[in-house]
Design a binder for this molecule. Structure first.
Ligand code: SF4
Length: 373
């Protein structure tokens, strides 16, 4: 990564940032900053020992220019960022970036705003980061979403096509999302489909998790490159594991303890939501660890199954949301799911038997060891 005053010709346009001074001016303590760096290490699935390295790198960072485009969407991702429960993190993100254009929050309007965007594209070609929120309609020449008299696809091709990289914020920008659900009346698609030549990293979710956006930007600022992605363009640090594999209700799935009806005893006890249609077994996202609202909650924690919102074409592939998945790896097809409890009972009995034998040996060893001591 570039040192102070360096010119990074291959990376985004950057201005020098004295982060320590900026944070001090805003009353953010060094302790808060270190907490943020530790949280970013965790989000990026790095060892906690990386926190001081992230802090050092951010102290020396150059300030990248970012433009945020808003197309066919509900602005939920902007809300997720601005309503972050932890204002310190949001402030740091906004301090790190030079946000030159954001239709929803910028003070400028009309021609003045559009000129700000044109100036970035003109003067910082190949060096700025674009964030896109919302899908891009292609049908009928793209007339279903226009900003400043131009179609979204026209703007995206110019802005994303000339950016160093584009981050899609939310499922609509990544894969078309809800506007692309059948019958997709506007021909909505995600950024990569609309601008095939652009460098795109997808952060799907409805909305995206603001911490994953922060972590993606921090990864770029610290390591000078975008994080590794899966075949759907999603960073592995955030989308490398299935929700089902990290779910707090997983022990109940393994034990064959399911919610059968909303509000039943199993529901009140926090049992597995598989039979209520949970899509966690087929959804890749770090919701169980990152959670939302300052890490206090997430849909499954609140008692509702995952709807698979971070998967491509989730509305068409995951609905009906309350119909259970026909096949879950590990337990075979649905017809056997009803027998999981019975199967597990015998498996558990065997496990207990084995556990008893092992425990007996262990206790024997310990008593022998105790004798030797
Ligand atoms: S089926 Fe859903 S609720 Fe049950 S363990 Fe998997 S992800 Fe969690």
């Amino acid at each position: 990564m570039g040192k102070k005053g360096d010119e990074n010709r291959n990376g985004p346009a950057q201005q020098h940032l004295d982060l320590s001074r900026m944070l001090a001016e805003r009353g953010v303590t060094r302790r808060d900053f270190m907490k943020f760096c530790t949280a970013m290490s965790a989000a990026l699935a790095l060892p906690v020992t990386f926190a001081p390295k992230i802090a050092r790198a951010l102290d020396e960072v150059q300030r990248p220019t970012l433009v945020w485009l808003e197309f066919q969407d509900c602005a939920g991702n902007t809300e997720a960022l601005l309503r972050a429960a932890n204002p310190t993190v949001a402030e740091i993100v906004l301090d790190i970036l030079s946000v030159d254009y954001h239709e929803t929050i910028m003070a400028a309007a009309g021609h003045q705003a559009e000129e700000a965007l044109a100036k970035v594209v003109r003067e910082q070609k190949g060096k700025y980061i674009a964030v896109v929120e919302g899908s891009i309609p292609l049908k009928d020449g793209g007339v279903y979403c226009c900003v400043g008299g131009r179609t979204a696809v026209d703007i995206a091709r110019e802005v994303c096509g000339n950016a160093f990289a584009t981050i899609t914020a939310g499922t609509c920008a990544a894969y078309g999302g809800i506007p692309a659900a059948a019958p997709n009346p506007t021909g909505a698609v995600g950024v990569k489909a609309a601008v095939p030549g652009a460098t795109v990293i997808n952060l799907p979710g409805c909305p995206l998790n603001a911490d994953n956006l922060t972590a993606t930007i921090v990864h770029f600022l610290v390591f000078g490159k975008l994080p590794a992605t899966d075949s759907h363009g999603r960073p592995l640090f955030a989308y490398g594991k299935r929700i089902h594999d990290n779910c707090e209700r997983r022990p109940h799935f393994d034990a064959g303890q399911y919610v059968e009806k909303w509000g039943d005893t199993g529901h009140r006890k926090g049992h597995c939501l598989y039979r209520m249609g949970c899509k966690g077994p087929e959804t890749w996202h770090n919701c169980p660890s990152q959670k939302y609202n300052d890490k206090t909650g997430w849909p499954i924690g609140a008692g509702h199954g995952c709807v698979g919102c971070s998967e491509p074409q989730f509305w068409d592939t995951m609905t009906p949301f309350y119909r259970r998945l026909p096949q879950v790896p590990g337990f075979g097809i649905e017809t056997t799911a009803d027998k999981i409890g019975l199967g597990l009972a015998s498996a558990t009995a065997l496990a207990f038997a084995a556990h008893g034998v092992i425990s007996a040996f262990r206790h024997g060893d310990e008593s022998e060891g105790a004798k030797e001591d």
